[in-house]
Design a protein around this ligand. Structure first.
Ligand code: N6E
Length: 181
């Protein structure tokens, strides 16, 4: 089983409209996506992220992967846990993915061997060029919600060539109990 992370960095495009009282981003906000240049999901858009290394926590992994892939420095304490996604392939858990969201970062995104970064308005996210499950959970995550999801794929490896079969989602899940993440 692979344990991995995804991190969605949001910025305000500056129309002066405040986010709502709950802190949910408004429709003019932009999210930093990457076009993945190699490995699983090559050619597709996603957030920065990747597999946990050594004994790091998911939160530390999200900060490291974002630094390695696009050169942004994140404040680990300002990462909000937004999702826990389980991807099953042919009935077995393939990947557990911790999803984070943050509006706090330092630096300018720059491309790397692994990723080409791009700020994208949240109402223009290219769901047709992403993992098929993303359209089910990412819009809510970009609106400030939390989600727990299970996604079933079938047809053998690699996962990015398997068929997306079905899913279950639980919205507004609470991750406080596991916030050591
Ligand atoms: C099945 N539906 C899915 N929907 C959305 N995102 C998915 C995903 N399945 C995997 N992911 C994410 O894709 C990244 C893999 O990245 P990553 O570990 O870099 O893979 P890659 O094989 O390139 O590894 P190395 O770069 O060699 O470590 C990692 O963030 C992981 O959470």
């Amino acid at each position: 089983m692979i344990e991995a992370t995804l991190c969605f960095v949001l910025r305000d495009r500056g129309d002066g409209r405040p986010d709502d009282a709950a802190g949910a981003p408004n429709a003019t906000d932009e999210v930093l996506l990457i076009e993945k240049r190699r490995g699983l999901g090559e050619g597709w858009y996603n957030g920065p992220g990747g597999k946990l290394e050594g004994d790091e926590t998911p939160r530390e992994c999200a900060v490291r992967e974002t630094r390695e892939e696009v050169g942004l420095e994140l404040d680990p304490a300002a990462l909000e846990k937004a999702g826990e996604l389980t991807f099953l392939l042919d009935g077995a858990v393939h990947t557990r993915c911790h999803v984070y969201r943050t509006g706090t970062f330092a630096g300018e995104p720059r491309p790397s061997d692994e990723a080409r970064p791009e700020w994208v308005p949240i109402d223009e996210v290219p769901y047709d060029q992403m993992w098929e499950d993303d359209r089910l959970w990412l819009p809510g995550v970009l609106e400030g919600r939390t989600v727990a999801g299970e996604f079933r794929f079938a047809g053998g490896r690699p996962l990015d060539e398997a068929e997306f079969v079905d899913h279950e989602l639980e919205w507004d899940a609470s991750f406080r109990a596991v916030e050591s993440d």
